[in-house]
Design a protein around this ligand. Structure first.
Ligand code: ADP
Ligand code: MG
Length: 689
């Protein structure tokens, strides 16, 4: 149950005076539904107003406050034309107040002829006359009249919402904020000179430049998220898992044409140590594309099988699941291990047989999509779950996985997205991390070039020569437009264009809207080398393995995240041929966009790219939902996260492991903090665990 002190913050904004359904719409567009939402919507700028006695003291471009008296109206020639109010200041100088868009009625109401009003707005010079377009405040003069603030915070807005309107709403929202008991340790608060939450919130809404207030609020958010992850960790770790020890008979029987890399050996040991304990493993395996994660996973799964138990490998897509199956099968050739697949597409008899095999234990390893955790799927003895390309699975799913066995299985999560250290802690702080930081020998680094989209024809000519040599290529048309349909058309157009130049039988197209079998048909023709270039939207980006493909073209490369680009690039450079990645950039790139692409050109190291990317996002940018993966950071910028997370992580750990957690002295205040940031889902876990 939510502590009562938070209720005022979780009231709907429409409960506030003067906020009706009309206003609720634009507010909802900004994600603002409750009072708390509004409070978390912090200003990003500040207007300073200059009070003038008369216009002569002012300068064009200044935002001023001045008293004027309306003398005359200047209607436009048509109802749509701007409407003017001619007025004079105290010194008799003229100023025209201009209103656009059928607002004559409003203007007349605001400025009755012959009456003095205080106005504020941007002063412009128009010919030899002063003018103010759409004054942002107009007030009567005298007692009881609302003063115009010398400084006003500027909020991110949307259509149908003015800054004045939102500021007014914020004042009401701020009045509802409670005085919480402090959840941060006193030494931390004192050390940074932070205000308490109540004051921090007030100050942050007055100015975007109040660093202590902003930092304090960001810290709260990061701390809440860390505590939630630590609670999850503790609850999983508190459950008794099962100790799995293999005898090595299967792992050693694996016939490989190569030896393990040092990193594979090391990570393999970390995993077996974890599995041999009776607390469930919670480990993330980070390794760049091609670093050999599959083999590491297979060895762990074989250990589970040696111990007489089962393992499951969860892939994010159908295609990836089938590819995993194929590569695992080939590595397992000749070994007494039964491996099966289960996806949403497997139906009828085949599915029944698989379900039977899982229930009676004759299937040792199952590969599949989410379908492998459906209710109807019963395992005889599941002891290890491997999740591939984890970033698509949220915290909730991670928890759900563990429901499939009497004892929670060991969990190994693999990701090729090189997540910077900070974000890793921020979103997966509950997991232990292993890194495959060494590539198998023999991979040639990909040569990356950045080319303007204007040179499309040249690129196509180069592609033709490339195909002539008998090599293959990918051509990625990213999801750019808001509408999937438009994106699809873009990809189809590109395929058409290439077909016209290369011959239609050389070009294949796959996209997210295609049916499974249809897609597979194209993919397998590409794998068989019947198709020279595969045009694709991003949906099928990960996991394709065609070593003969040595050219990657990415259109609108600047619209991709760097991590995504890096993954795409990892699709080539898998064979012996020298591979090239062409990043086609849009025209008129921003400085940052240029830097980002240059970074891609200059390094092949995924971890370097990820760290730099976070840096390039800079201090100002909020993390938001998308970039940060599972967790939802609304107040914190990338820079704040990097700076404040280590302390928040340590403190959260201290809280959970030493201060008695939710039952300890700090439990009450920290509970408020968790609820405030909607990280409370983790609280009940402790009890049931
Ligand atoms: P990823 O980490 O991207 O999942 P994979 O597991 O698919 O990488 O491995 C990429 C390729 O490298 C595969 O063809 C695999 O057989 C090969 N590979 C894995 N480990 C080694 C190794 N130690 N030496 C040489 N090749 C290896
Ligand atoms: Mg892989």
């Amino acid at each position: 149950m939510r502590p009562e002190i938070l209720n005022p913050l979780f009231a709907a904004l429409t409960d506030l005076k003067g906020v009706g359904p009309q206003l609720a719409k634009p507010l909802a567009r900004l994600g603002l539904e409750t009072v708390a939402d509004a409070l978390f919507h912090l200003p990003t700028g500040l207007i300073s107003r200059v009070p003038l006695d008369c216009l002569e003291q002012g300068q064009a471009g200044q935002v001023v406050i001045v008293e004027v008296t309306a003398q005359d109206y200047r209607p436009g020639r048509s109802p749509r034309a701007p409407f003017g109010v001619d007025a004079v200041d105290a010194a008799g100088d003229h100023v025209r107040l201009v209103y656009f868009g059928r607002t004559a009625g409003l203007a007349k109401k605001l400025f009755p002829l012959g009456e003095k009003r205080r106005v504020s707005g941007r002063l412009d010079q128009f010919g030899d006359m002063w003018q103010i377009v759409h004054p942002d405040h107009v007030s009567e003069i005298g007692e009881g009249a609302a003063p115009i603030a010398m400084q006003e915070a500027v909020y991110p807005l949307t259509e149908g919402l003015t800054n004045a309107r939102l500021s007014g709403l914020m004042q009401m929202a701020l009045e509802r904020r409670p005085e919480f008991q402090e959840w941060i340790t006193p030494s931390m608060v004192a050390g940074h000179g932070w205000p308490n939450w109540h004051d921090a919130m007030g100050r942050a809404h007055q100015s975007p430049h109040d660093a202590p207030a902003r930092d304090r609020l960001a810290y709260d958010e990061i701390f809440a998220s860390q505590v939630a992850l630590m609670l999850i960790r503790q609850s999983l770790k508190n459950r008794r898992g099962r100790a799995i020890m293999g005898d090595g008979r299967l792992v050693q029987a694996l016939q490989l044409p190569f030896g393990l890399t040092g990193a594979q050996e090391r990570v393999g040991r970390e995993i077996s140590v974890d599995m041999a304990r009776d607390t469930p493993m919670l480990r993330m395996l980070q390794g760049d594309v091609g670093s050999g994660k599959t083999l590491v996973a297979l060895r762990a799964m074989l250990t589970a099988v040696e111990a007489g138990t089962q393992a499951a490998l969860l892939a994010p897509t159908e295609i990836l699941a089938r590819q995993h199956l194929a590569s695992l099968q080939s590595m397992l050739a000749g070994l007494p291990v039964n491996i099966a697949i289960l996806t949403g597409r497997d139906k009828g008899k085949a599915r029944e047989a698989t379900l039977m095999g899982l229930a009676d234990g004759s299937i040792h390893i199952l590969v599949g999509t989410h379908a492998i955790f459906q209710e109807s799927v019963q395992y005889r003895d599941l002891s290890l779950v491997v999740v591939d390309e984890q970033h698509r699975f949220g915290v909730a799913q991670r928890l759900m996985l563990t429901d499939k066995a009497q004892r929670p299985p060991h969990l190994l999560v693999m990701t090729a997205t090189p997540i910077p250290r900070t974000l890793l802690l921020a979103n997966h702080g509950e997991m232990d991390v292993s890194r495959l930081d060494e590539m198998p020998p023999g991979r040639t680094p990909v040569d990356t070039r950045v080319i303007s989209i204007e040179r499309l024809d040249e690129v196509a000519d180069g592609l033709a020569r490339h195909l002539q040599k008998g090599e293959q290529a990918y051509w990625v048309c990213p999801l750019v437009a808001e509408s999937e349909k438009l994106d699809l058309t873009a990809a189809e157009d590109r395929a058409e264009y290439l077909r016209a130049r290369l011959g239609s039988e050389r070009v294949g197209l796959v996209h997210g809207k295609m049916k499974g079998p249809e897609k597979d048909a194209v993919m397998s023709r590409f794998e068989a080398g019947e198709i020279g270039v595969l045009v694709a939207t991003t949906v099928i980006e990960v996991g394709v393995n065609v070593p003969n493909s040595s050219l990657m073209v990415v259109e609108h490369a600047d619209r991709f995240g760097l991590a995504q680009l890096h993954q795409l690039r990892g699709r080539v450079g898998r064979g012996t041929a020298k591979s090239v990645c062409l990043l086609l950039r849009s025209q008129n790139l921003s400085e940052t966009a240029r830097e980002r692409l240059a970074l891609m050109r200059d390094t092949n190291d995924g971890f370097v790219i990820a760290e730099k990317d976070l840096e390039l996002r800079g201090g100002g940018e909020l993390l938001g939902l998308k970039q940060s993966g599972d967790a939802d950071y609304r107040l914190s910028t990338a820079e704040q996260l990097q700076r404040l997370l280590p302390a928040a992580h340590d403190d959260a750990r201290l809280f959970v492991e030493q201060d008695g957690g939710m039952d300890g002295k700090r439990g009450g205040p920290v509970r408020d903090c968790l609820y405030l940031f909607r990280r409370d889902a983790a609280i009940p876990l402790l009890r049931s665990g």
